[in-house]
Design a protein around this ligand. Sequence first.
Ligand SMILES: [Ca+2]
Ligand SMILES: [Ca+2]
Length: 241
Amino acid sequence: MNAIPVRRRSTLTCALTLAALAVLVPANPAQAAVGCEVTYTSSSWSTGFVGNAQIRNLGDTWTAPTVQLTFTGNQQITSGWGYELSQSGTQVTARSMTWSRPIATGETLAFGFGGSYTGINLPPTDWRVNGVPCVLTGQPPAVIAEPTSLSVPEGHGVSFSIRLSHPPAQATSLRMTTRGTGIWASPPVLLTFNSTNWSTPQSFSVYSAQDQDTVDDVVVFTLAYPGYVSDTVTVTQVDDD
Ligand SMILES: [Ca+2]
Ligand SMILES: [Ca+2]
C-alpha cells in the first residue's frame, strides 16, 4: 500500500498530516455529471394531499431520467401527472414518458401526484435522479462524504467516498485535515473536483496500524472545499489488544 506512516500519538490530540504531501490525481472515467436540486410543495387535507416536485438539473443533460423519492409515513399515491409514477412500499419511482423531452443543464423537470395518508404528511426524503442523491433548493453547496462514521479493526483499512453537491466554478483540490489519536496511514492523494467529476464519488482509504495500547483510537477527517460546507468523517479503531 502506498501509505505514509503518521506519528505516534502523543497526548490527546495528535494531528495527522495525511493530505497534500504528494499529488496524485486519479484518472476518472468519462462520465456524465449528475446533480439535482429539488423543490417540493404540497397541500393536504384530513386524509388526502397533492404534491408537486420540481427538480433542477445541476449536471449534464438528462435524456430519460428516473427520479426516486421516499415517504416517511404511510402516504399512498393514487394519481400522478407529468411522469410515470409507481410506488413500492414507501418508495416512489417517477420515470420519464417516451415523449418527455431531455432536460438540459439548468432546466427543470416537473411532476406531481395526489394521494392519501393518515397522521402527519411530511415531505418525502432521499430524492435521487438516476440513483444520485439530490439537494434541496436553498441548501448551500456542500462536501458530501459517505459514510460519515465507520469503524475499522486494528491492522486493517477502510474507505469512504467524497463528492460535491453542486458543480464548482473551477477545479480545486479538497483540503483534508485530521485530528485524533492512534497510528493511521493513508495514500498521499490529492482529490480534485472540477466541472465534470464533481458528482462522481472519489474513494479515500485510511489504514489503522497496529499499536501497543488497548484503546479504540478515533480519527476525525474534516473535508473542506472552498465555498462549500465542510463534511466530517469519524473513523473508530476496534483495538485487538
Ligand atoms: Ca492495540
Ligand atoms: Ca489502539
